[in-house]
Design a binder for this molecule. Structure first.
Ligand SMILES: Cc1cc2nc3c(=O)[nH]c(=O)nc-3n(C[C@H](O)[C@H](O)[C@H](O)COP(=O)(O)O)c2cc1C
Length: 351
């Protein structure tokens, strides 16, 4: 068996090039861009407008990076794939058949394709014919428990010569809640020869290894857990070598946040980038002494210099008190589902 791979799963609004770059520093084996609307991109007169540029950015340390397309019009998907290939900066094209947002499925896109296999096949064939880049598919098990279509869609991906598949072990009806069906993923993995990456519900490095073993997958794609702990990839590899892993301490967390902010400012207007950093501060500082006060302070910070100064002063205070460890009992009960639901609300606003 090939060495299993641990990928960063795409998350719209979260997994920009800067965040992916940090995950690659921690040993992620691959990643995917946020979804790109094929109807907009494939027909855009300025496909390199600032909005597209942000999503299409790539950091130098990124490898095995796929650009993800969403859409159900085979011609627009094909044209988008051609344009992405022409950019010469992606290693593969990924097709999104998993997005559950109401507005997305309402127009026949994302997870809606799970209940229209013929349309899904047409989209897959059109993208495959349009590009010489490897093509991948990301999907859910099916629309609902009564319509589990992943087995036939993955079989078609194999027939068409797709490079790999990432399978989220939930249905569209489940959105981001409820149990992931590992047995259903395993049945798909056992039925095909192309690599299938298991996805859904991983919360820590040990979970990822259990999921890998129980699913028979070629690897695991990790989403929300990486937002709070991008070092999860390093932890997984340490566990595989039989080494212990320990919670990351304040100096590493602060250095990581400053690095992420600096990278993000390279791709977005500074004030926007620093505002976006607030949620990462919330996730990565949680459990450190006095982190709530720092988060409050961050609400008024809009420049990289001020962001760096606030975090450095906070770290200095922690070091002076010899209190640089995370206190698990002070962690807020912010479940990963909350992340998904906030985002689902945001996506529901799409026209
Ligand atoms: C905020 C958010 C945005 C997402 N955006 C995308 C996306 O653009 N493309 C995609 O294929 N999946 C997207 N997903 C789904 C994730 O890639 C992943 O399949 C899902 O979160 C389950 O994995 P997890 O439990 O490890 O988070 C998104 C999920 C979340 C929470």
């Amino acid at each position: 068996m090939q060495t299993p791979e641990f990928l960063l799963a795409p998350m719209d609004g979260m997994t920009r090039a800067s965040f992916r770059s940090v995950c690659f520093d921690y040993g992620a084996d691959g990643a995917t861009t946020e979804m790109i609307q094929s109807l907009a991109y494939g027909r855009a007169r300025r496909p390199m407008s600032p909005a597209f540029q942000e999503v299409l950015a790539r950091c130098p340390n990124e490898r095995n990076l796929a650009a993800q397309l969403i859409g159900s019009d085979p011609a627009a998907m094909a044209e988008s794939a051609r344009r992405l290939e022409a950019l010469g900066r992606f290693d593969a094209i990924d097709i999104n058949m998993g997005c559950p947002a109401r507005k997305v499925v309402g127009s026949g896109n994302g997870a809606a394709l799970l209940k229209s296999p013929e349309r899904a096949f047409a989209v897959m064939a059109a993208v495959k014919a349009a590009t010489s880049l490897p093509v991948r598919l990301k999907l859910r098990l099916g629309w609902d428990a009564a319509h589990i279509t992943a087995p036939c869609l993955v079989a078609e991906a194999e027939n068409l010569g797709f490079q790999s598949v990432t399978l989220h072990g939930r249905t569209r009806e489940q959105m981001y809640l409820g149990a992931v069906d590992t047995a259903a993923i395993r049945a798909v993995c056992d039925a095909v020869h192309i690599p299938v990456y298991a996805n859904g519900g991983v919360t820590c490095a040990r979970d990822a290894l259990t999921f890998l073993q129980n699913s028979h997958a070629a690897g695991v794609a990790i989403g929300r857990a990486a937002l709070k702990a991008p070092w999860i990839f390093e932890d997984i590899k340490a566990l595989r070598r039989g080494e212990p892993v320990a919670p990351r301490r304040a100096p590493e967390r602060v250095a990581l946040l400053i690095r992420l902010a600096t990278l993000t400012c390279g791709h977005r207007p500074e004030a926007v980038a620093i505002c976006e950093m607030r949620r990462f501060c919330g996730w990565m500082l949680a459990g450190l002494t006095g982190y709530e006060a720092v988060l409050t302070k961050m609400n008024a910070v809009v420049t990289l210099d001020a962001f760096r100064a606030a975090l450095e002063a906070y770290l200095e205070a922690l070091v002076r008190r010899d209190d640089i460890d995370v206190h698990p009992e002070r962690m807020p009960q912010m479940s990963l589902d909350t992340v998904a639901h906030r985002q689902a609300r945001r996506m529901a606003k799409w026209a």
